[in-house]
Design a protein around this ligand. Structure first.
Ligand code: DX5
Ligand code: ZN
Length: 215
C-alpha cells in the first residue's frame, strides 16, 4: 500500500488549514523544518506544528533539517508530531541514536534521513536497532520544486533490500522531485511513502494530484 504525504512547504503558509482540507485523500502530511544552518533556508518550527495538530487528525510526518536535531525532539513530540526524522549528517552517530531513544521514550515514531551524498549502507545500524522509517532525499534538501535525482534510485533499491533483511516493518519514504512520472520509478525501486510538494500544492486540483501520484 502506497502512502502519499503532501509537503506543506509548497502550501500557502497563510492558509495551511484551507490547503490541508484540500487534500482529504492524503495519507500523511509532511512538515519540513529547516534551521538555516543544516540547509540554507528557514521554514517553520514548533509553534506551527502545534497549530497544525489542532486543525487536523492526519499523521504529521516531521522532517527535521536541523543541526543537532536531538535538541528539538522533545519540543516537536510535545507539539503533536506523529513521526520525527533526523538526518544522519546532522550529528555524530551516538547523538543520532540518543535522539531516536528519546523519540521512543516520548512515544513518537522515529526515522532517519539520507542526503543524496550519503551511502545506503549508513542506515544498516539504525535498521538493526529498529526504526519506523528511512527517508531518501532525491534532491538536495532545502527547497521545494527541484528536479528529481535519478542517481538515487539504486540507493532506494539497496535500502529496500536492507529493510527486508533487518527491519521488515520499516517504511521507505522518498522526498524531492516526486511527480506522477518519477513516482513510478521510486515505487518500482521499493519506496512505499511518497512526499510531494509542488506536484500537489502547485496544481489547480491538489486532491486530484494526490490521486494521480497514487495511481
Ligand atoms: C526539500 C523538502 C521537501 C520539499 C519537496 O528540502 O524536504 O519535502 O517540500 O518539494 P518537491 O516535491 O516540490 O520537490
Ligand atoms: Zn521534506
Amino acid at each position: 500500500m502506497i502512502k502519499i504525504a503532501p509537503s506543506l512547504l509548497s502550501a500557502d503558509f497563510a492558509n495551511l488549514q484551507r490547503d490541508i482540507e484540500g487534500v482529504p485523500n492524503a495519507d500523511w502530511l509532511h512538515v519540513d523544518v529547516m534551521d538555516g544552518m543544516f540547509v540554507p533556508n528557514i521554514s517553520i518550527g514548533v509553534p506551527v506544528v502545534k497549530s497544525l495538530r489542532r486543525c487536523t487528525d492526519k499523521f504529521l510526518d516531521v522532517h527535521l533539517m536541523v543541526e543537532k536535531p536531538g535538541r528539538y525532539v522533545e519540543a516537536f513530540a510535545r507539539a503533536g508530531a506523529d513521526l520525527l526524522s533526523v538526518h544522519l549528517e546532522a550529528d555524530m552517530p551516538p547523538a543520532i541514536h540518543a535522539a531516536l531513544d528519546q523519540m521512543e521514550a516520548l512515544g513518537v515514531k522515529k526515522g532517519v534521513v539520507l542526503r543524496p551524498i550519503t551511502a545506503a549502507e549508513a542506515v544498516i545500524p539504525y535498521l538493526k536497532r529498529g526504526i519506523d522509517l528511512v527517508l531518501v532525499m532525491t534532491v538536495e534538501p532545502g527547497f521545494g520544486g527541484q528536479a528529481f535525482m535519478t542517481d538515487q534510485l539504486e540507493k532506494i533499491t539497496a535500502i529496500r533490500r536492507y529493510i527486508g533483511a533487518y527491519c521488515p516493518a520499516c517504511d521507505l519514504e522518498v522526498d524531492g522531485g516526486v511527480d506522477p512520472e518519477t513516482a513510478k520509478l521510486v515505487i518500482a525501486a521499493g519506496a512505499n511513502v511518497l512526499v510531494a510538494g509542488s506536484a500537489v500544492f502547485g496544481k489547480a486540483d491538489p486532491a486530484a494530484a494526490v490521486d494521480a501520484l497514487r495511481s
